[in-house]
Design a protein around this ligand. Sequence first.
Ligand code: PHE
Length: 550
Amino acid sequence: MDDGSSRRATLTRRSLLAGIGAAGGAGAMYAAMGVLGLAPTRETAPVRPSAGAGAPTPYAPPSRSDFSLRGGGGGGGAPATVLVLGAGVTGLAVAYELGKAGYDCTLLEARDRVGGRTLTLRGGDTVTELGAPGAGATPSAAAGETQRVTFGDGTYFNAGPARIAQWMVTLDYCRELGVPLEVFVNSNANAYVYTSGTRTRLRTARADAHGYISELLAKATDAGALDARLTGDDKALLLDFLSDFGDIGAAHSYTGGERRGFRVDPGVAPGTELGPPPALSDVLGLGLGRMLTMDAGYEQANPMFQPVGGMDAIVTALVGKVGAGRVRTGTRVTGITDRPGGVEVAIEGGAPLKADYCVATLPPHLMARIPGNLGAGVTAALATPIPMSAGKLGLEYGTRWWEIEDRLYGGATETDLDVGHIWYPSYGYHTQRGLIVGYYNTGPPAERYDVMSHRERVRRAVALGGEVHGARYGEEVVASASVAWRRQPHIEGAWVRWPSMEAFSVLQRPAGRVYFAGDWLTHLIAWQAGAFESARKVVTELHHRVLKEG
Ligand code: PHE
């Protein structure tokens, strides 16, 4: 069942952008970084965005006092109008920041709900997909299956973004918007790694890896194999380090120990340790280098955070600030015309809308399909990024058996199966029901689930997850929901990959009065933080222009 693709698919920020470096080379990468930091000069700009690559200055949102300069000062001029295409995090953040300065924004959202990929599913929700694509191909426009979600009260499923790193600007918005946070357990020593049909607690796998690596290095050092590299002092320091790092004792041999875990936990009695480790070759054979270091990634380090009650709390708070009346859902854009004095946006079933400016936050592959006069270069650039697949399945259980029996409170089991990651809930501990993410996969494994019906997804995921957790894993599911992002209407992808950096640079600049924004125009693809960062950049540029041009 393992085609190895999930183990090879190293989902890191750098790998998402790797297409750029590979195709454009370092020169293109730096050029684009420069574009990202393009700043208006001080004279024209009371607000200073990043001064250039490597020298960011703090973001200052446009403020009402800046804006009152428009039209010669005094605040007499009518506010500039802005049509924001898309009411995901980017579009909402654009409208929120511009709204602070008094701009008159209207958001056009094709879906019947706001939030874009920030999708939190609860009982009573429905999920409708587009018709099945061929694996990796464009989904058919015909409506596909509709799932009716029947989760119990209090259960939610973040089908899109679910975790926030401490350094991300998303947390600043949570602070500003009053969105309460709790820890998202991203790595759990008590969770499992499951490779080559073997289930091991993460703590055990880590102890064995650290132990054996330390033993090998210590023995090589003892044997003088590193003498050309190390002074006598360094050798002593290295051995000292390895003895703690790998818990290998004075003999420099790894024989296991309590880091591996206990068969019977200590209490009044000392407990019974798991026992000696498997042989070195068996430990190496598990191929765990990536899985043991998930939380070493800059984006993935513990602790991570989540909004209490569901990721859509961020969206709800943004809509509250922007004003629900400014958001037109179910409104599909069918044309964009840039004119010297303004932008005209055609919509399905209604009169065209006009505004001074437009900020387009739709996924680029969808923008590329909208007719308009933005020019062949822009259209080609929009068609360049490649939409990627990712999927998640929420499995609700009537009891939280993983807490009771596995002693697992949040975190993830990493597998080499096509389910990818299995997540345990970081909320609602000790309540009755609970929701496990039965798969979170990307790339080829996700493409495999893209083409399945919901039922087929559940059947496969519980069969594979059952290898990790046993028969009950399939038998005790009380409700489920799945999302294949490639098949979500008006989104059609989990995120994008850039095969060329040139197109990335083209879209950092406005096409006349039309600006582009989204995580796809940042080095934080597939993060809400990318959406916020891009929104801030575009808002800053647009505002400087308005201050200058009136
Ligand atoms: N943000 C997504 C996640 O946390 C996708 C992603 C993973 C992006 C890892 C970059 C690195 O799963």
